[in-house]
Design a protein around this ligand. Structure first.
Ligand code: TH1
Length: 826
């Protein structure tokens, strides 16, 4: 590195670098206990010990963090900015220990202080700043960006309340607020000096400035201040420590003052409350959009702060505005940050004084868009009155983008006005609405889907006209997950065996797991493999017992479906099968079926009645099955409450079978499917999302496939699907539906599950009944394979061995190569 006066002198850096050994950790923990928690060992609470250790670990990140930030400022690098309304980062302590390579030292240090590391780690509150897969993906990508030493910043919202806590009362989901910040957050560094103002409401005013140039001024009715709250993101065993920068909203002083001057004290305070509401709570909807004004305000708020921050960093680097897209590339995580297209244009035009052509060129080169869903109800649109009221200037810019874009379409396809209205950024069919996916597509140089099948369907359906116009802009980047958290951290037993078998290199290069294939048939190896799985199952059984009171037998087949509750994910298909099994076993107690324990976990959006009913049904089935002596040793059903990153750590490693049974064409990718695969779990699944590629990698013989293909689903729905035909044709299915409708699983109350059964028999939008028979047949193949431990274990080993593709490191390399023009610095 060239001499840079602002860089820490090597000696100063060395001095502030804390030792990574257990003695120095122990010393620092003790010191922090006193100096930060004001406690001494005899009276320290377990949480005090957690805080003292967390601060000691954080200190070890800080030098790397500061040096990383300095090197990005000083060097000629392109920085990837990942813009996302959600970062489901999960607990930080364990992950930082793994990535720093000091887990064993920390364990030793805590032991010397009379503390158990696992118990201390279990005390960390989960930062639940996301709903599900989309938010967790963003967090996995940050881990890989740092590990690959790629210059990157994550930008999002620092919600005061993350995803709600799910309690189960009388079988129903009850939402409780997530007070994750109550005891403080040791990983966060607030930077009051890094703050920006964001406009809302008011009107615009055109004027000619002193040099005779036309300029637009936005006279806002209201401003909100965004303050940077940073979290370090340490790469795995590297010096790079990147930044996750989340914006917290605050009231703007000057606006208060104006009100104070006219004596409106209460008005001023109210304004303050409104401003702080912006980053108060995460919207708990996964997939379907809400169309709420506050949600749009949140999106604009964090996007504007982030883009302003990038402009400031550009200036700090001494680069001219013309170089913006050479220094930054911003990835839009779904349409939630797609207002960036208009906001970057506004900043370049109104604040930096660029001409339209140049501003548009920079915007398109700087932005790229990832689509995560094709479900029509999840595609974001905003009604014009709402949008105009909140963001009058961005709306004008969107109109101008649209005018120019539609001119281009008309030139390419003269006279094709139906194409023009299909592609317009404004949907004029009903009340006029802005189509955010179109805005993101038009404003980006690259558009991608998240699995091969999804990217193909994206090009053929939702964005077909755009893919025809700009085929070269469309890509696929199949999702990935980090093997640090979802293997090394959560499955230490298996990690040790992998270290011994293929060497420690697998953690940073997951394709090395291929080396396991040679051991797949080795009996001694198989035995060790099974012993690890069994230990994980015993541990999960304990968690299940303490969370639900249900005792499960670790020797049973653990058949697990954990994910958000949604009709397209078809938890009810799984439930129907359990009811059918239950009836079979009652009729034929001698049936040679392997004992199974079905585990469900996942939250329903608070306003999604059918999803909540599915939760109630599962709990109803669990109550009946688990209390029926005839089912003892045969069947168990568990609904694990409040599925989140923390509980996921215990669940993935303990599963035998992973349920990935969405209607083909509906699940864009899935990422839980990958976490299960890495942990040696076999999949029963449809040809949907990344399942297709999982099966390709694992080998068809190591995957339990069933169900309609995406084209069949599309055709059936087009030609008219009649679910009742499947009921008539299948006695077992009919009886299962009747038993549910009778109230058998709700202490005789027959009205409660009626809507669910009627929905299935009349509409069945996600074709659960059409896939039912094949699902049941496939489950019989699962049962047969399970009854032969050598076969099962071989399949399990091969699944782990062939999971290399699903590392987020591979995905991030692809983004770097194909979309960002950014290579790992290593
Ligand atoms: C999910 C997709 O459903 C899932 O298939 C995919 O693996 C994951 O994203 C990551 O790519 C989505 N989550 C959301 C959340 C919201 C809106 C749309 C989607 S798509 C709020």
């Amino acid at each position: 590195m060239a001499t840079n006066p602002t860089t820490l002198a090597p000696r100063a850096a060395e001095a502030s670098r804390h030792g990574l050994d257990s003695e120095s950790l122990q010393r620092d923990v003790l010191e922090n206990l006193v100096s930060l928690q004001a406690r001494y060992p005899a009276i320290a609470t377990p949480h005090d010990w957690y805080m003292a250790l967390a601060y000691s670990v954080r200190d070890r990140l800080l030098v790397r963090w500061v040096e990383t930030v300095q090197s990005y400022a000083a060097r000629d690098v392109r920085i990837a900015c990942y813009l996302s309304a959600e970062f489901l980062i999960g607990p930080q302590l364990g992950n930082n220990l793994v990535n720093l390579g000091i887990e064993a030292d920390a364990r030793e240090a805590m032991l010397a202080l009379g503390q158990d590391l696992d118990a201390v780690m279990a005390l960390e509150e989960e930062p639940g700043l996301g709903n599900g897969g989309l938010g967790r993906l963003a967090a996995c990508y940050l881990d890989s960006l740092a590990t690959l030493e790629m210059p990157a910043i994550g930008y999002g919202i620092r919600y005061e309340f993350g995803i709600f806590r799910q309690a189960i009362r009388d079988g129903w989901q009850v939402e409780e607020t997530d007070k994750w910040l109550q005891k403080g957050n040791p990983w966060e560094i607030v930077r009051p000096e890094v703050a920006y103002y964001v406009n809302f409401g008011g009107h615009t005013h055109s004027e000619t400035d002193a040099e005779g140039r036309f300029r637009v001024r936005w006279i806002a009715a209201n401003q909100v201040k965004g303050v940077a709250c940073d979290t370090p993101v340490q790469g795995y065993r590297v010096e790079t420590c990147n930044t996750l920068r989340l914006w917290r909203s605050e009231a703007v002083e000057s606006f208060d003052l104006a009100d104070f001057n006219v004596g409106d004290y209460y008005g001023a305070v109210e304004q303050k409350v409104v401003s702080e509401t912006l980053s108060k709570v995460l919207y708990p909807n996964d997939e379907p959009e809400m169309g709420k004004r506050l949600r749009l305000a949140q999106q604009y708020f964090f996007v504007s702060c982030s883009l302003q921050d990038m402009l400031r960093l550009l200036q700090q680097k001494g680069e001219p505005i013309e170089r913006f897209a050479d220094v930054f590339v911003a990835q839009l995580n779904d349409t939630h940050p797609s207002i960036a297209v208009a906001e970057l244009m506004r900043l370049l035009l109104d604040e930096c004084g660029l001409q339209w052509g140049q501003a548009w060129d920079i915007t398109q080169r700087a932005l790229a868009y990832t689509n995560h869903t094709l479900l029509p109800e999840a595609l974001e649109t905003w009604g014009l009155p709402l949008f105009r009221g909140l963001l009058p200037r961005p709306l004008e810019i969107i109109y101008e983008i649209n005018r120019r874009f539609l001119d281009e379409v008309r030139q390419r396809h003269p006279g094709d006005e139906s194409r023009v209205s299909r592609m317009s950024l404004i949907d004029e069919s009903g009340d006029r609405r802005i189509r955010m996916a179109h805005l993101a597509t038009v404003g980006s140089h690259a558009i991608n889907g998240v699995a091969a099948l999804h990217s193909t369907l994206l090009r053929e359906t939702v964005l077909r006209d755009f893919a025809e116009l700009w085929p070269e802009r469309f890509h696929n980047v199949t999702n990935g997950v980090t093997p640090r958290r979802f293997l090394a951290l959560c499955n230490p037993g298996l990690a040790r065996l992998l270290d011994q078998t293929v060497g420690e290199g697998w953690i940073a290069d997951l394709t090395r797991l291929r080396g396991l294939e040679a051991h797949a048939d080795d009996e001694a190896f198989q035995q060790r493999w099974r012993a690890i799985k069994n230990a994980n199952k015993e541990a999960l059984a304990k968690h299940i017992h303490s969370a639900t009171g249900v005792a499960v037998d670790p020797r049973a087949l653990f058949d697990i479906q954990v994910k958000r509750i949604h009709e397209y994910k078809r938890q009810h298909l799984n439930a129907l099968y359990i009811v059918a099994l239950y009836q079979r076993l009652r009729r034929e107690p001698q049936l040679a079926l392997a004992p199974r324990c079905f585990v469900f976990g996942g939250k329903a959006a608070p306003g999604y009645a059918m999803a909540k009913l599915i939760i109630r049904l599962i709990n109803g089935i669990a109550e009946v099955v688990n209390n029926d002596p005839a089912m003892e040793g045969r069947l168990k059903v568990v609904f694990f409450p409040n599925f989140n990153v923390k509980s996921a750590h215990h669940i993935y490693p303990a599963a035998d079978l992973s349920e990935q049974i969405s209607t083909a064409g509906k699940e864009a990718s899935g990422t839980g499917n990958m976490k299960f695969m890495m942990n040696g779990v076999l999949t029963i699944g449809t040809l949907d999302g990344a399942n297709v590629e999982i099966r390709e990698e694992a080998g068809a013989e190591n995957f339990f496939l069933f169900g309609l293909h995406a084209q069949d689903v599309e055709r059936l729905q087009r030609e008219g699907y009649r679910p009742a035909d499947h009921v008539t044709a299948n006695d077992e299915l009919r009886e299962a539906l009747e038993l549910i409708a009778s109230g058998h699983f709700l202490r005789g109350q027959s009205d409660v599950f009626r809507p669910l059964v009627e929905n299935l028999t009349q509409w069945d939008h996600f074709l659960a009944l059409a896939d039912y028979a094949d699902y049941v047949a496939c489950q019989a193949r699962v049962d047969a394979a399970w009854q032969d431990p050598a076969t099962w274990t071989r399949m399990s080993i091969l699944n782990t061995a062939r999971s290399g593709k699903f590392s987020s490191d591979r995905a991030i390399r692809e983004y770097g190569d194909r979309i960002w023009g950014l290579a790992p610095m290593k």
